[in-house]
Design a binder for this molecule. Structure first.
Ligand SMILES: Nc1ncnc2c1ncn2[C@@H]1O[C@H](COP(=O)(O)OP(=O)(O)O)[C@@H](O)[C@H]1O
Ligand SMILES: [Mg+2]
Length: 313
């Protein structure tokens, strides 16, 4: 297995008048080449800071990142031609059409005219932008603009793609189109580093995941290996014919609409399901989701903060 990116004891402290914020704190992990890697965490966890450093836009305070075997501190020129990024708060140029913008981006990167046109046509179709291909970018909705940005980097020949919350503000259908396009990039053996606070997205796309919380790496690995590390790997829901006290002996209980959510071990999960069925209660049993794992590890749901960006009309 080759490594596309290695973070080595990476720390970043922003200093400003009146204080400082440690956005990253001794973060070390590897991203294997040719896969989608999910960097997850709530707002303020340090995801964008990590991407900006790895993308050679920001210097670390200490430690470093190696991208394709080169050091971001000293070899940023050599790295820049081989990476592409969709920044979090980015807005594409306004006064050109969708098609012109993508084409122009590819030509800027040094791709020849024929290949640029071929790829532009392909990506426009893939990301559902056919209807707006000749429309001025200034007239697109927020979600369409976001997709144009994703289309630009996917159509490029960059080996490592950085996507900072590429689907925030997109409707469910547009999200799926972006997911499919990201999957295609990894089928082409490109490496994608994706940040998101949607755990279904992280789980659907990523071969490996890292969870940042307050600038620290809290969990890292494949979804299965992360799942195997939680103490209470099953989720049971029961209706209000049960009390919190009754359930408390089986595991960790929290309230949900019309009932209770119980995190528990396998043996206790079987016991409580049998008892609930005997009583005629409504009951469900499933392995914990990534969202549950996050809840168990950090104590709050990941998307507690609403997304900042909304789809403009
Ligand atoms: N330019 C900056 N100056 C000062 N603080 C910053 C700056 N950029 C980010 N931060 C702070 O660093 C922390 C991490 O931010 P960020 O990397 O944007 O997290 P995320 O992308 O996970 O939401 C936050 O507390 C944020 O307020
Ligand atoms: Mg961010």
């Amino acid at each position: 297995m080759t490594t596309a990116l290695s973070a080595l004891h990476l720390s970043k402290t922003y200093r400003y008048r009146g204080g400082s914020t440690q956005a990253l704190d001794d973060v070390t992990f590897d991203i294997p080449a040719g896969e989608t890697y999910g960097l997850i965490g709530r707002n303020g966890a340090g995801k964008t800071t990590f991407l900006r450093i790895a993308g050679t836009l920001l210097m670390p305070t200490s430690g470093t990142v190696m991208v394709l075997g080169r050091d971001i501190r000293t070899e940023e020129r050599a790295i820049r031609t081989r990476i592409a990024m969709v920044p979090q708060e980015s807005r594409p140029l306004y006064f050109v059409s969708t098609e012109e913008l993508i084409l122009w981006y590819l030509r800027m990167r040094g791709m020849d005219n024929l290949e640029s046109r071929r790829r532009t046509n392909g990506v426009i179709e893939e990301l559902g932008l056919t209807d707006v291909r000749s429309r001025l970018v200034s007239l697109l909705s927020g979600g369409q603009r976001r997709r144009v940005m994703v289309a630009m980097v996917l159509a490029s020949d960059a080996e490592v793609l950085f996507l900072d919350e590429p689907t925030t503000g997109l409707d469910p259908l547009a999200r799926r189109e972006v997911w499919a396009a990201i999957s295609r990039a990894t089928r082409e053996r490109r490496t994608v580093l994706l940040t998101t606070h949607y755990l279904d997205e992280a789980e659907a796309l990523s071969a490996h995941l890292a969870l940042l919380e307050g600038g620290r790496l809290r969990v890292e690995g494949s979804p299965e290996s992360i799942r195997s590390r939680v103490q209470l790997p099953y989720r049971v829901t029961v209706d209000t014919s049960w009390t919190v006290e009754e359930l408390g002996s089986y595991g960790s209980v929290s309230p949900i609409v019309n009932g209770h959510l119980l995190f528990t071990r396998e043996k206790e999960a079987r016991e409580v399901v049998q008892a609930a069925l005997a009583r005629g209660s409504r009951v469900s049993l499933a392995p914990v989701s990534l969202e549950d794992i996050f809840l168990q590890l950090v104590g709050r749901p990941l998307d507690e903060d609403p997304p900042a960006e909304k789809e403009a009309a």
